[in-house]
Write a protein that binds this ligand. Sequence first.
Ligand code: Z15
Length: 812
Amino acid sequence: EHPDQQEKMEKLWKLMDTYEPNDPESIQKSFARHLEYSLACTRFNFTMQDAYRAAGLVLRDRLLESLNDTNAYYRKMDVKRGYYLSAEYLIGRHMQNAIANLDLEQPFKEAFQSLGMELEDLFHEEADPALGNGGLGRLAACFLDSMATLSLPCWGYGIRYSYGMFKQEIQNGRQVEMPDFWIGDGCPFEIPRPDITYPVRLYGQVVEGLDASGEWCMNWVGGDIVQAMAYDNPIPGFDTYNTNNLRLWRACPSKEFDLDQYSAARFTDAVESRRKAEDLSAVLYPNDATYEGKELRLRQQYFFVSASLQDLLREFIKRPNYKWSDLPEKVAVQMNDTHPTIAVAEMMRLLVDVMRVHWDEAWELTTKCLNYTNHTVMPEALEKWPVEMMTRMLPRHVQIIGELNLRWINALVAKYGDGPLIQALSIFEEGDVKKIRMGNLAIMGANKVNGVAAIHTEIIKKETFPEFYKYCCDIGKPDKIVNMTNGVTPRRWLTDMTKLKDMLKFKEDPKLHAEWMEMSLGPRKKTAKAKLAAFVKEKLELDIDEELKKMSPADRAKVQKRVVLIGGKAASAYVNAKIIIKLINNVGKVINNDPDTGKLLKVAFVPNYCVSAAQVMIPASDISEHISTAGTEASGTSNMKFVMNGGLIVGTMDGANIEIREECGEDTMFIFGCLENEVAGVAAKAKSGHYPIDSRLQAVFQAIRNGEFSRGEPEAQTEFCSLIDKLCNTQGAGTWEGDKYLVVHDFPSFVDAQSRVDATYADKAKWCKLSIQAASCMAKFSTDRTIQEYADVIWGVKPAPRPMETPLDWIG
Ligand code: Z15
């Protein structure tokens, strides 16, 4: 229209359309510019923290270019997209990962070295974003890395918690929880998007009415509205030009200011209610695999699910001439555990109430787009929300769930007649407090349901949801439940795992042996073990390095020296876990300072176990213990990281241990404990009073009872005895409150496994061979393989690698 204006615009576009150059000199210039202008530093007053921030901004510029071009490409190609919905992402530090995946290691190293700075020192300035508890959140982060690496058009959605996983301090041997305000002065890697916000309603009422075209409809009105604001976190892939997005939502007060309150001079009340909105995304619940029925937690779940579904539906309807029937060809959603499963009802509400799609079509679309991953068979983790609470908070959703359940139950009764099967399959659980079973809602609303390891998927079918599985089989769809064995991203350790197997033929090669041992045991500074020793010395004032060096062959012949490190966080209310932490610390104090045992064994509790601690500990370990009672750990994923780094496993036949053994060979693992199909028998015997305690374990119990580890602290003594009493008390009447994890039963075979470890370790060449053999066979446990399976079997999403440069006419 205005050729003059157009010309000027094009001038601006041209300025915007050049890519940042990546040679060391340009990186330095960009760094100096950010230090001086973005961070307002002068040459006299900048700290290493400032330098880290400026370097982060240098990377962010490049990440943004790639993110924007990738988005433009996905739009242009009109690809089917995958969306991962997860309440947790344990991403770990960005910087090193971004440099590696953008393939900028060499120029960055050069750029900073010639300015007198080591990259490693910058890395240590970064807060470790811990927006997750453990396995489930770390898995989500590994998945994002693999989705980008495989050039899959997939995004993550979650919550931008202001406070992540608490920082654990140990005071007098006990866990003390400290707030983790990781966001501090802002994270240079995230991109706030004040222009991308969605309203999310909570509470209020449902009223019937007519829509714009005079059709009868349900309206959810009143209550509170919070605004979800997007924060984008670019996720660069390795060896691809694609960068995907992790979009995290922050709760903000809604834009409208309550005028009544304002004019009534209740200004401070109004401000207070706005401030409250922000509580929603304030803190991550520090509960892993146990469920706490807190109302705020349900609010968090609904908040991020609603914002995410609104966002992905908006993207869908932006496409020219969209038809609702195309939705399943364009959108696949993965629900990570039951946390986001209110999505089933929210998808229905958005389609039926807001988009005015007919109920039956909406249900077909919902059940074709949504998928559900189960991560646990432990009943205490399966979420069930009280109907009363949900009716107050999400009245329309309870109506929708009621309607879905009615139709579902009617169909089931027609098929099977009334009976216990119907009760098991109902979304509602009857009882004193009527509840909504989120697992049942998820299975009903999902196209595919998956477990996370072979044994786990079998348990889901046979024990956790047998009625559902029977139903699936009866309607000819047994493969609604599929297995997707977990993995870990190799990018924090290695790059192309599929090439690893080539190493296997060198497992007896003396040259490889020499290098392999040098890497983990060698005297050079900067070996994995030296780094770990420095880490332990700094955090714990314990010198394991000295002990390692002092190992004399004569000593070693007598007994294998060991350093045992234990880490982990206890949920705030998990009393026994807290007592166990105290016990470990006390045992450590006693053993480490004992003139006899202290020379042979060092025991330490590593405080604040987190992704960055794992990056130091895992490469330095020879043995890793994965000791869950068979049938309790869904998969376990840190077992995989240890073996990829040359460690060997002491473990039970549980979770992914079983598949690791299958891949690597039985000789690489020190297996102990009863098998999953033996658990019920052992437990039944124990309940009937037949539960012998190994004499060595008796001796340990006796030492604890004698106060040998209580260090004169009466409270600790009481607590330690309570732990032991629980393990020994095998005759509970009715409910069995004894050793439900069969620790006492598995103990003797655990000790045997440890003896096999010592015997094997004494033969250095044999150990080395096993270590090489195991590490070489781990390709299956790369999340690249896992995500490829999700993409093929569940999502139907295809790779869309973008070209190096995006043609200008694609943008916009
Ligand atoms: C969590 O970290 C896991 C399961 C859960 O239900 C919750 Cl709430 C948190 C873990 C499993 O315990 C672990 O075995 C598995 O490897 C991991 O999820 C990832 O699937």
